[in-house]
Design a protein around this ligand. Structure first.
Ligand code: DAH
Length: 346
């Protein structure tokens, strides 16, 4: 009997509970239930000689307690095991969420748009891949105009005749936003009061001051009785809101094929207040835009009768203002998408 008890004790000791509930249950069924191995030994106690009963009984009780304790401590160990969630290491560095920021060029463009919306202009847009006809011909560019040269314009399709090989029209990357004027006038009737912002492309040598792509914003107002005075008032109002109420304006006579008369507009340098500095090259003035009264040929080309209607138009670059506002001295950084630059505008 003692031997048997020793053997069962060794079995209890050797039983691998393995931290799992299934193993623990198998162990309980084997040793600890009413018909289990240990209970059976207790039954056999009856047949043990009287004088040994005391010591064998004690051995059996020890075995039973030993077996029960083994199960209890195994259960305690599993229930103390860390729950799934607490396996997350709270001391690890978090993953940073990066927020995008408005590009400095778009910031300036947004300001410009907001000012014109306040004056009753609405938004129009056109494609960057544009018909030569809209980019040049309908805007009254003569056939041999230098802007039509491959040196200045990216042609997507070009032929000697102005028609592609298969008789299709020449196609360019628009060199200015003025073709959106044409598209608007062809599809809408006056009164027209629109702004057209967007990217334009020029086949120029890339440098700190000029890039092959940049942004312009175009303005067009066509109605009965529109005069140069309306144009000046609009530009004045825009310039004061954009560059400060102190700025002065200067209109210099100029030439564009699509306007007559034409002018270029300067604002008094808002860096030095007009005294003269490095930025304005000591002149006290900064050029901001080209403008003029829409040429009668352009109105006619777009199906608007110049005997009834007149209009003004203007176009201005966006990058130069962004460069001055943010003290950027190389236009190329606006197009490189380097986060070290962009994140400064978050
Ligand atoms: N399109 C001209 C340019 O790219 C700018 C311009 C000048 C636009 C006069 C106009 C305008 O609408 O009237 O340089």
């Amino acid at each position: 009997m003692q031997e048997q008890i020793e053997k069962i004790k060794a079995e209890v000791e050797a039983f691998d509970l393995n931290g799992s509930e299934a193993h623990a249950e198998a162990y309980r069924l084997k040793f600890l239930v009413r018909k289990g191995v240990i209970a059976t030994l207790f039954d056999e106690l009856k047949s043990v000689p009287k004088e040994e009963k005391g010591s064998v009984g004690k051995m059996l009780n020890d075995l039973k307690r030993f077996a029960e304790q083994k199960l209890e401590s195994a259960k305690a160990a599993t229930s103390n095991a860390p729950a799934e969630e607490s396996l997350i290491d709270l001391t690890l560095t978090g993953r940073r969420q990066f927020l995008g920021a408005e590009h400095p060029v778009q910031k300036v463009l947004s300001d410009m748009k907001r000012i014109f919306y306040g004056m009753g202009f609405t938004l129009r847009s056109g494609p960057e891949i544009e018909l030569d006809d809209y980019n040049f011909t309908k805007l009254n560019f003569p056939a041999g105009h230098p802007a039509r040269d491959m040196q200045d314009t990216f042609f997507i399709r070009k032929s000697e005749s102005g028609k592609g090989e298969s008789g299709k029209d020449d196609v360019v990357l628009r060199t200015h936003t003025s073709p959106v004027q044409v598209r608007t006038m062809l599809s809408e009737k006056p009164p027209i009061r629109v702004i057209c912002p967007g990217k334009v492309y020029r086949n120029e040598a890339v440098s700190a001051r000029s890039y092959c792509v940049f942004h312009q914003i175009e303005g067009l107002y066509v109605d009965t009785g529109v005069t140069f005075a309306d144009l000046k008032a609009t530009i004045y109002s825009f310039a004061k809101q954009m560059f400060g109420s102190e700025v002065k304006l200067r209109f210099r006579p100029s030439y564009f094929p699509f306007t007559e008369p034409s002018a270029e507009t300067d604002v008094s340098c808002y860096i030095c207040g007009g005294k003269g500095c490095k930025v304005c090259k000591q002149s006290g003035w900064l050029e901001i835009l080209g403008c003029g009264m829409v040429h009668p040929n352009v109105l006619r080309n777009c199906g608007i009768d110049p005997e009834i209607y007149s209009g003004y138009a203007f176009g201005m670059g966006v990058e130069r203002t962004a460069m001055l506002r943010y003290g950027v001295d190389d236009i190329r950084v606006f197009f490189e998408n380097d986060v070290r630059m962009l994140s400064q505008f978050e």
